[in-house]
Ligand binder design. Structure first.
Ligand code: NAD
Ligand code: ZN
Length: 250
């Protein structure tokens, strides 16, 4: 067993409260590009231009041209071994919650029960005028989708310039301050205020395990165990190591 993988597995087994913080990188192998990949959606649609609440309020039809493409990508995506591996840890009683920045619903589809969506979920739509909410299936194929009041609906995701849902923020901060082990997977950790959660956990004494293709701003400052590589591979290795160590101890 690789020494770093074994240390990560032991940190999870020895912990009372373990959390996973995930970002766009965990869904890249499911076919959803992150903000940085070349040739992806974000090369054609600059998030600074398209993913702000001001852009949406000013020209929702323009923003829906980007969302239409993104919706096709999310529709085709299926959870990968990183999503299902986290769900397995939860079923074993070794992971208390996933806090995700993703809006793709893949943690839930992968079997995770307790998922805190920091940036909302693209599978639901909301009217900014009358606040009525819809499941995206009720308006599928309509571009742009409209509320029964006639206004253009917004996906229930947090655009740049909008606040984080209060309950998600409060519960995430609480859990981060209580956890003994934190798995940070596939996030560049630059988007605020999500990026305070690793610091809150570290200050509370948590062991920080980071999985990423490349080093991030966290790696040298906060991370205790850095597992470089693809999320699906590293998470699967950690889950296998946890099982082996648990079996060996019984
Ligand atoms: P980011 O694009 O800034 O960073 C992604 C990180 O994942 C990078 O550090 C990259 O090295 C890493 N990565 C890429 N492929 C990987 C793989 N296969 N295995 C492991 N690591 C991998 O993403 P972010 O930090 O999540 O922040 C961007 C914002 O964009 C967030 O607010 C998020 O809500 C949003 N976003 C969401 C989705 C989605 O829902 N799937 C997709 C794109 C962007
Ligand atoms: Zn309405």
């Amino acid at each position: 067993m690789d020494e770093s993988i074994e240390r990560a597995a032991r940190a999870i087994i020895d912990s009372r409260v373990t959390l996973a913080l995930t970002g766009a990188g965990i869904s890249v192998e499911s076919g959803i590009p992150d903000f940085r990949s070349k040739g992806g959606l974000w090369d054609r649609f600059d998030p600074e231009e398209y993913a702000t609440i001001w852009a949406f309020r000013q020209d929702p039809e323009k923003v829906w041209r980007m969302l239409k493409e993104m919706e096709g990508t999310v529709d085709r995506a299926r959870p990968n071994a990183a999503h299902t591996g986290l769900a397995e840890l939860e079923r074993m009683g070794l992971l208390q919650a996933v806090i995700t920045q993703n809006v793709d619903n893949l943690h839930q589809e992968g079997g995770s029960q307790d998922v805190i969506e920091y940036h909302g979920n693209s599978r639901s739509l909301v009217c900014l005028w009358c606040h009525k909410q819809y499941d995206y299936k009720e308006r599928k194929g309509q571009y742009p989708p409209r509320c029964e009041c006639g206004k253009i609906l917004k996906p229930n995701v947090v655009f740049f310039g909008e606040g984080i849902p209060v309950e998600a923020m409060t519960r995430s901060s609480q859990l981060a301050s209580e956890c003994d082990a934190l798995l940070i997977i596939g996030t560049s950790a630059v988007v605020s205020p999500f990026n305070i959660l690793p610091r809150v956990a570290k200050q509370g004494g948590a062991k920080i395990v980071e999985i990423n293709l490349e080093r991030t701003i966290l790696t040298d400052h906060i991370t205790d165990i850095f597992l470089q590589g693809k999320a699906s591979e590293r998470v699967s290795e950690v889950v296998s190591a946890v099982k082996q160590l648990k079996e060996a101890s019984t």
